[in-house]
Design a protein around this ligand. Structure first.
Ligand code: NAP
Ligand code: GDD
Length: 427
């Protein structure tokens, strides 16, 4: 049987290498600049191990570190389908250069496997990004979420003790603004008390404190990045921002009729993932480990995100009704919506909607048993100590995401026109 290339990269280091690329992950049309376009090489490159390499942040961080000359090892889960789309562009054929990017099968719920991978890869830096990261899903799978997100972090830290690597390795933990949950003050900073509101938040709370404890007990250079929401064109499709930008693009091309959402009033501090992975790296370059809030300091509601995304495709919405009866209705259609597609053949598509049509509705199935209503971060400590500041503005984030989703929708539209099957991807 023919082996696929991800399978080849299983237990042994894969015979694949990394393009020395500063290109965007899904950046065919992206205008956002990579913060580290300088490629640094060394005969003794630093080695990073990233858990959650196949996720949004894992992909951006891998690209960031490779561009800085690192050797990057990633842990990916076994899946019955390919799950490496986000890092696929980092592979090139072995004959084209020296490999600096490797993947290993593993799981945060499997301690022996984590110990073996750390021993084999001998990392200088570990970035623990792997997690069951969906808040609503954590209400459905609370035990698994605790196992992966809370105990998974403990397993990695224990592996460092077992392998006697507590003084060698710097450790980054993907902590979250979900720790603030029912926020006790506005804006939230490092000293704001925690009040998690989901099994995900509670699991991440354990992870946060076990990192602090191992730092204090064993002197590990371990830092928590308390990151507020960060998005991108490769954000998971079931997080609200991507769900919205994807729907806007698909509605424009007639592939979808309506967008159903939950709490439109929820407010988040949304930044761009590309900016945020740089902060992770900066934390591990400090002499002393510490915990940092990473945020933009700007807040928008889900409703405002919808408005901004539909504006990008030339649709002005107005909102009528309230609660579960609230609807987003087409108020205006601008000409520029017809110039946004990449292919001219699609510019003449007749919109299947007109003024007065309802495009957005509320579906209570997306309400959460306990909700985090509002999050707004104060990243002044990171600015002062790390020199970090969010660069991408809200409007540009939305633009970037809609543009990339339009490209994907165009592809689906063309496939459908030519008689090929297009996946529906139900939530
Ligand atoms: P993501 O896109 O959902 O990626 C999560 C990654 O973890 C994926 O690679 C996933 O693998 C992997 N994973 C899940 N369970 C695992 C397990 N048991 N063992 C090994 N790997 C596992 O999340 P993200 O947005 O990149 O976020 C990265 C980290 O930052 C997460 O820990 C998240 O909780 C945290 N965080 C995210 C944000 C945000 O706004 N994005 C904010 C604060 C904190 P598959 O691809 O196989 O599913
Ligand atoms: N997912 C989703 N789907 N959320 C919706 C919807 C919907 O249809 N409608 C409204 N929302 C609201 C949610 O109730 C929530 O208040 C807000 O939109 C954001 O939801 P998500 O995009 O799912 O993100 P999150 O804030 O719950 O969690 C993300 O950010 C955290 C950092 O604060 C995840 O990336 C977490 O892993 C991360 O820790």
């Amino acid at each position: 049987m023919k082996r696929n290339r991800q399978q080849e990269s299983g237990d042994k280091a894969p015979k694949r290498n990394i393009k020395h690329s500063t290109s965007n992950i899904r950046g065919r049309t992206s205008s956002i600049q990579h913060p580290t376009s300088i490629i640094q090489h060394s005969s003794h490159p630093r080695v990073a191990l990233i858990t959650g390499i196949t996720g949004q942040d894992g992909a951006y961080l891998a690209e960031f570190l490779l561009n800085r000359g690192y050797v990057v090892h990633g842990i990916k889960r076994r899946s019955s389908l390919f799950n490496t789309q986000r890092v696929d562009h980092l592979y090139v054929d072995i004959h084209e250069g020296h490999p600096r990017f490797f993947m290993h099968y593993g799981d945060l719920t499997d301690a022996t496997n984590l110990i073996r991978i750390i021993q084999e890869t001998q990392p200088d830096e570990i970035y623990n990004l792997a997690a069951q990261s969906h808040v609503q899903v954590s209400f459905e799978t609370p035990e698994y979420t605790a196992n992966a997100d809370a105990l998974g972090t403990l397993r990695l830290l224990e592996a460092l003790r077992i392998l006697n690597m507590t003084k060698k390795v710097k450790f980054y933990q993907a902590s979250t603004s979900e720790l603030f949950g029912k926020a006790r003050e506005v804006p939230q900073k490092e000293t704001t008390p925690f009040y998690p509101r989901s099994p995900y938040g509670a699991a991440k709370l354990y992870a946060y404190w076990i990192v602090v404890n191992y730092r204090e007990a064993y002197g590990i250079h371990a830092s928590n990045g308390i990151l507020f929401n960060h998005e991108s064109p490769i954000r998971g499709e079931t997080f609200v921002t991507r769900k919205i930008t994807r729907a806007a693009a698909r509605i424009k091309l007639g592939l979808q009729k309506k967008l159903y959402l939950g709490n439109l009033n929820a407010k988040r501090d949304w930044g761009h993932a590309r900016d945020f992975v740089e902060a992770m790296w900066l934390m591990l370059q400090q002499k002393e480990p510490d915990d940092y809030v990473i945020a933009t300091g700007e807040q928008h509601s889900v409703r405002e995100f919808v408005d901004a995304a539909f504006k990008e495709i030339g649709i002005g919405l107005e909102w009528k009704g309230s609660g579960v009866k609230e609807r987003g209705i087409v108020k205006s259609l601008t000409q520029n919506s017809k110039r946004k597609t990449q292919r001219r053949s699609l510019d003449v598509i007749q919109h299947s909607f007109e003024k007065g049509d309802v495009l957005v509705k509320v579906d209570p199935r997306y309400f959460r048993p306990t909700e985090v209503e509002t999050l707004l971060g104060d990243a002044s400590k990171a600015r002062k100590k790390l020199g970090w500041k969010a660069k991408v503005k809200f409007r540009d984030l939305v633009k970037d995401m809609v543009r990339e989703d339009l490209v994907e929708a165009e592809r689906d539209h063309l496939c459908r026109t030519e008689g090929f099957r297009v996946m529906k991807f139900h939530e």
